[in-house]
Design a binder for this molecule. Structure first.
Ligand code: F6R
Ligand code: MG
Ligand code: MG
Length: 364
């Protein structure tokens, strides 16, 4: 059976401030997708969850990627939830719904989207990730580690099914272009690009036989809106086992914890904290940036799960380390490298502050 998994997310309102999605929004989305998705036979299955102030719609169906019906369902689901957020005065109500009328595809309208279609295997382990207070490039380093680095994924060396390597599709977010690079042959070229978080984002990973392995949402809110409207808070879908990296090889990539752009006002570097669903509520300094990981088995499009992967005790030490890094970075206050470099601050409110200062400058 050919199944499509669509993960579509938006910040349509939260409390208090940008901390978390209120239960009223989660239940509104659940009701909407039940009435208009599963009951109408449009969706096979779905799960609504949140990471911080972003509500995530995980949906399975047979309509393929970029389906107008599925995108419209998600858009209308967000619109209804945003109405509830407005009535109750939730913070940032409707924030990510940047366009007025739906025109066939949710791409470019504000929400983030990761979708993949594949022929379901006999047993299909599926991993889903969602971040808050960071940008799509937060997945660059983990994706390289999962699909390109034998120090993370021993299967690349010792499993003949992984031994041929993987193919990366990388987006140039500024120029709206993409490039395909094969690993391990073009490892250095890939790293030359994706080490630059402000411009390049891994969009998809394929096996060399063309089978899809991973997809990441890469929508840039600031480029759609022309100004800062919150970070893009990406999501990702990863297939695991039997010809793909094992579940544990995928999770191993989140154990550094690596430092990503975002955090307070989308203007700071901070460690990516792997957390359970219940801890997906960025508090300290509106963060630190966090990620949840959910594991499922897919059967004829039905989602069995979730397993809340980062709730495991094995991630406690990683979290402790992340908070130690946070303490150290926070001591830099408004100085780099806690604050992002100039180029990354372009879409924040900083240029408005600098503009006012300009007339005070004198020629030397
Ligand atoms: C980061 C984020 C928050 C806000 C901050 C200020 O992505 O959403 O850190 O930038 O709380 O928010 P406003 O400007 O809404 O008061
Ligand atoms: Mg928000
Ligand atoms: Mg968010």
């Amino acid at each position: 059976m050919r199944v499509t998994v669509s993960l579509i997310k938006a910040d349509v309102g939260s409390y208090p401030g940008h901390v978390r999605v209120p239960k009223e929004i989660i239940s509104s989305c659940n009701d909407y997708l039940t009435d208009n998705g599963t009951k109408k036979g449009l969706l096979i299955d779905f799960m609504v969850f949140n990471c911080g102030d972003d509500v995530e719609l995980l949906m399975t169906h047979e309509k393929g990627v970029d389906s107008k019906e599925i995108h419209e369902l998600a858009w209308n689901c967000f619109l209804e939830a945003a109405e509830i957020a407005k009535e109750r005065g939730f913070y940032g109500a409707g924030q990510d719904l940047l366009k007025d009328a739906f025109s066939g595809n949710i791409r470019g309208m504000g929400p983030g989207i990761a979708e993949m279609s594949f022929e379901e295997r006999k047993s299909e382990p599926l991993l889903v990730f969602a971040c808050d207070k960071t940008s799509p490039s937060a997945f660059n380093l983990p994706m390289y580690r999962i699909f390109g680095d034998p120090f993370n994924t021993p299967g690349l060396v010792i499993d003949p099914k992984l031994n041929q390597g993987f193919r990366f599709e990388v987006m140039d977010i500024k120029e709206n272009k993409k490039v395909i690079l094969d690993l391990p042959e073009e490892t250095y070229q890939l790293l030359a690009l994706i080490g630059n978080y402000s411009r390049y984002s891994v969009k998809r990973v394929y096996r060399k036989d063309g089978e899809i392995a991973a997809v990441i949402s890469t929508e840039k809110l600031s480029l759609i809106a022309g100004e800062y409207v919150g970070k893009d808070d990406p999501v990702a879908i990863v297939r695991a086992q039997s010809g793909f990296p094992a579940v544990g090889e995928v999770l191993e990539a989140f154990t550094i914890p690596h430092i990503v752009p975002g955090w307070m006002r989308g203007s700071h570097w901070g460690p990516l904290l792997p957390v359970s669903l219940k801890d997906a509520r960025p508090t300290r300094f509106d963060g630190p940036p966090r990620i949840v990981g959910l594991g499922f088995q897919l059967r004829r499009g039905e989602l069995y799960g979730p397993e809340d992967l980062f709730s495991d005790i094995a991630f406690q030490e990683i979290r402790r380390k992340a908070m130690e890094i946070s303490d150290y970075l926070r001591r830099h206050g408004p100085f780099e490298p806690q604050r992002l470099p100039e180029e990354e601050m372009e879409y924040t409110n900083l240029p408005k502050v600098l503009e006012k200062l300009r007339e005070k400058f004198e020629e030397l």
